[in-house]
Ligand binder design. Structure first.
Ligand code: PEP
Length: 233
């Protein structure tokens, strides 16, 4: 299976023009790259404007429709052409109080509707220092993936201390965490690494540590850097 390289644009760029320019530059850059599967997860409102690459959403709600102000359902995302949906990103957990129970509902709804959830798990720096990493991941997996067919999902291991900090996890340590997560979930789980990935470190996570792909935040906003990551995958 080709590595899955997922761009999480977060709440960027600020204008439609910039979003279209970024998307078109990536599209142009990846047109001859067949070694990786590229997924772009822009803010919801740009989804209908971007055509020609696989799309994913950054979140979703578990109800199909109704009085849920501000939310977007899986059915809506499907109609926008999304194939993937990121669920339980650490920023959703931190700023929007998402719990493992919420993650679980969202994952089940996405799977039922035929979208592939990319479920984010990872420990904070404090949890790591207190030797709680494995316990944290175990809890996120046990509750977040309760009664979920894990063979149908993607998991992204994203140590929170490595996200947006320019301080990526060592490749050897990432590999050790990959093996721990595989033991907790499933040997053949599709597992991504995320956390300060750049063109100069992407290859190590894929070829040395053996991850099945990457979740890329900051570097995905620079088309040249992101295409370079894809080239190195
Ligand atoms: C992310 O937000 O999922 C992420 C990995 O961000 P960054 O690449 O900027 O660390």
């Amino acid at each position: 299976m080709k590595p899955l390289i997922v761009a999480n644009w977060k709440m960027n760029p600020v204008t439609i023009k910039e979003a279209e320019e970024l998307f078109n530059s990536v599209k142009h850059g990846v047109k001859d790259i067949e070694s990786a599967e590229t997924v772009i997860c822009p803010p919801f409102i740009y989804l209908p404007l971007l055509k020609g690459l696989t799309l994913g959403a950054q979140d979703s709600y578990w109800e199909e429709k109704g009085a849920y102000t501000g939310e977007v359902s899986i059915a809506m995302l499907k109609e926008m052409g999304c194939k993937y949906v990121i669920i339980g990103h650490s920023e959703r957990r931190k700023y929007f109080n998402e719990t493992d129970e919420i993650v679980n509902r969202k994952v089940k709804t996405a799977l039922d509707a035929g979208l592939i959830p990319i479920v984010c798990i990872g420990e904070t720096e404090e949890e790591r220092e207190m030797d709680k990493t494995e316990g944290v991941l175990e809890e996120e997996i046990k509750q977040g993936l309760d009664k979920v067919d894990v063979s149908k999902i993607v998991i992204a291991y994203e140590p929170i201390w490595a996200i947006g900090t320019g301080n990526p996890c060592d490749v050897e340590e990432a590999q050790r965490m990959k093996e721990i997560i595989q033991k907790m979930v499933l040997k053949n789980i599709r597992l991504l690494y995320g956390g300060s990935v750049k063109a100069n470190n992407a290859e190590g996570y894929l070829k040395q540590a053996g991850f099945n792909g990457l979740l890329v935040g900051g570097a995905s906003l620079d088309a040249k850097e992101f295409v370079e990551i894809l080239n190195n995958s």
